[in-house]
Design a protein around this ligand. Structure first.
Ligand SMILES: [Zn+2]
Length: 468
């Protein structure tokens, strides 16, 4: 589940299949676009009132040439056919959602779901499918020239540990299951786009990689994407990610974070008998205090930045000097420089705390400290004028929705930080309870998000030659 500064827009209700609505002419589209703008303004106002809006997120208007390109694409007979097929595949998509959700994919144990996702990619149109060294599943659909590669993916992993009951429970039209929306629905969007392209016999200019990515959540620390975009790799030229949210949300800015586990260690001993030994708990407390003294100032102004001592632990008894004390700390910022500053402040505070506690010691050996970096997600901002972002805005508009460029922590963080155009689009429908056992997803016009994804992938990959 991405953490975001902008709440996902309310699910878009559009009872008309999009290709039919478009044929009615521009007046309806214009009216629904105006309505969507009003909705977005309301969402923005509410978010702002709740203090959730980080920075200058607002509905954006695409350049006219990209709007024209998107309209022409949607009017193409083969594309219109593919969009119709997505609607017709609605029941099949739901079946795949239930099937994949019920294959557990705990952190670092995505292999069973990966294998099945790979089989489905193979069965529904990929020219070749492989699983890479870290477990990402990649289905290649070859383009006419293959000059470029468009990466299109969702993440395989969930936050839920092994043994979690992942049976899908259906109540009315609502599906309840851990991971059903985050991000199994994203995988189904990817798969359904592939099948629709294949059924409509659409050929693209560029190659497309349909990807199931490992390690997006928590301590996975974006390891699947770090591997795809590792130094020296032949990585995709653009990345389109499906994760979280509805039609309006377009994540083009990565929220960076660093996470540490710090452990102070000493000999430990009796609280009375060994009094005078250096105390790891005291050192830990000093570190938190010294860090906050600086971190508070660093986060009062400038780019939005946060810090959190999330967990602390250690010790054995009230009358024992602990042999260790530890904490886990999360720091985030929308600016790479600000993130580096607060990280430095944290490491300095740990050093200072160690020195001070050791200076107070009356007896025994000095404390040591082990500093483990357990998370490192880069931040960065995509160029809003890049063709990918403009196309994402333009194809979203075809659905009467104004895209809102937002910042979040998703798989797109990695390409964005490398300067590779990337966007995370919503998986559609309506849902909630992410990262909780009560997670749910409702197929409320869910096909619209799949149609939008197909249009964006096609706009980037380009239609090859004339299609009859
Ligand atoms: Zn997710």
């Amino acid at each position: 589940m991405p953490t975001t500064h902008v709440p996902a827009a309310a699910a878009v209700r559009n009872p008309e299949p999009i290709f039919r609505a478009a044929r009615r002419g521009p007046s309806l589209a214009a009216a629904s676009a105006r309505a969507a703008t009003r909705r977005n303004l309301l969402v923005a106002a509410l978010a702002s009132a709740c203090g959730l809006l980080g920075g200058a997120a607002a509905a954006q208007t695409p350049e006219p040439r990209y709007v024209a390109e998107a309209e022409a694409l949607m009017a193409h007979p083969a594309v219109a056919d593919a969009l119709r097929r997505i609607e017709a595949l609605d029941a099949w998509s739901l079946e795949r959602l239930i099937e994949l959700t019920e294959i557990p994919a705990p952190p670092f144990k995505e292999d069973a779901r990966a294998r099945r996702f790979g089989e489905l990619l193979e069965a529904y149109g990929a020219d070749s499918v492989w699983i890479d060294e870290v477990g990402n599943v990649i289905g290649l659909r070859r383009g006419g020239t293959g000059a470029r590669t468009v990466g299109f993916g969702g993440h395989l992993d969930t936050v839920f540990p092994e043994g979690t009951d992942v049976t899908v429970r259906q109540v009315g039209d609502t599906l309840f299951a851990p991971g059903v929306g985050d991000d199994t629905r994203g995988l189904v969007v990817v798969l359904t786009v592939l099948r629709a392209l294949e059924e409509a016999a659409i050929e693209t200019e560029d190659d497309i990689w349909f990807v199931g990515v490992v390690g997006e959540e928590g301590l996975g620390d974006l390891r699947g994407m770090k591997h795809l975009f590792r130094e020296g790799a032949d990585w995709p030229d653009v990345w389109i990610d499906v994760d979280g949210g509805g039609l309006a949300r377009l994540v083009t800015m990565g929220l960076g974070s660093v996470r540490y586990r710090v452990t102070f260690k000493g000999p430990g001993g009796h609280s009375w008998g060994a009094f005078g030994l250096a105390n790891p708990a005291h050192a830990l407390s000093r570190a938190v205090r010294a860090f906050q003294d600086v971190a508070d100032t660093l986060t009062r102004r400038g780019p939005r930045t946060s810090y959190n001592v999330g967990r602390i632990g250690g010790g054995t008894s009230v009358n024992a000097i602990p042999f260790e004390a530890w904490m886990e700390v999360d720091m985030r910022s929308e600016s790479p420089e600000a993130l580096a500053r607060i990280e430095r402040a944290f490491l300095d505070a740990v050093d200072r705390a160690l020195e001070e506690e050791n200076a107070l010691r009356r007896d025994g050996p000095p404390l040591t400290v082990v500093t483990d970096k357990i998370g490192d997600r880069p931040s960065g901002e995509g160029d809003p004028s890049s063709p990918l972002v403009q196309r994402a805005l333009a194809v979203t508009r075809l659905f009467g929705v104004d895209g809102v460029l937002s910042r979040s922590s998703t798989d797109s963080n990695i390409p964005i930080a490398l300067g590779v155009p990337a966007v995370t689009i919503g998986r559609g429908g309506a849902g909630g309870g992410g990262h909780s056992p009560d997670e749910y997803w409702v197929n409320r016009d869910g096909h619209l998000a799949i149609q939008r994804a197909l249009l964006l992938v096609l706009a980037e990959a380009g239609l090859a030659g004339p299609i009859s």
